[in-house]
Design a protein around this ligand. Sequence first.
Ligand code: ADP
Ligand code: MG
Length: 301
Amino acid sequence: MTTVQNDYYIICEDLFKIYKLADLEVVALRGLDLKVRKGELMAIIGASGSGKSTLLNILGGLETPSAGQVTVGGRDLLTMSPQDLVAYRRKDAGFVWQQGGRNLIPYLSAYQNVELPLILLSWTPRKRRERTRELLEAVGLKDRMKYKPVLLSGGEQQRVAIAIGVAHNPPLLLADEPTGELDTQTAAGIFDLFRSLNQTYGITIVVVTHDANVTSKVDRVVTIRDGRSSLEAVRVAHTFERPTDKPRESFEEFVLVDKAGRLQLPKELMDKLNLEERTRVSFAGDHIIIEPEKSTRRESR
Ligand code: ADP
Ligand code: MG
């Protein structure tokens, strides 16, 4: 591997996932490319059914891809043996799901819920106690340790879930719509928590979300459309024009092009020009022009 690739914790190239039902094939991922840097906090957005959960499940070793490449932390998830995959799931990835119920065991206290994965990993009682307390404090639940999930609010339950997700100190945390059932303000608090865990522990975090406000909370947002990464928004810091200027930040959005030259044109642009099936593509010095087969521009020349 080259040094450039070593900068990336996750590399997906031309990833496919096909679910075979009785006599039907569902293509959940169709040639998806994605790279995530070590220590990055990034979000994935996209319409329902676009393949977000499938991608997360593959990254977490819960599903195997049908074709393509996926390496996480230098490990090839496609060729990994089933035993190694089990070990990978337990040690190298943490999960947070949308529904609190999938994250927490209802008859255990917040403390016991966070401690459980550490018991399963045979941590010593002392290390477990230290880690559990440290995490519950880090997620802001120092005073709620003894509460069972039913006595906690939705936001607090997700905080416990996040503590469980990172309890065993995985290098990667995967969260699938963790704020899907929370109000805007509580959701913002959860994203702030992701940021603080990302900074404190250097953990790489990939969050799938519907939350439109997410852009200001993460480093980068990738939009998935029809099983492919389609757009990427990256935060850009503005330089100060005057010394009195407040630091400003905004997002710049890019359309992603893969190695084969494939890209997904934004739907709005396609609709505006009635682009379909055949387009004319021409070179214009420092950019490329894409126009409908019957272009008005062309006719007026
Ligand atoms: P998202 O999380 O973006 O809503 P998913 O990854 O859950 O999308 O699903 C992508 C596509 O794959 C959908 O068409 C969905 O119906 C299909 N799909 C997901 N999981 C399965 C499965 N286990 N069996 C069959 N089809 C599936
Ligand atoms: Mg989903």
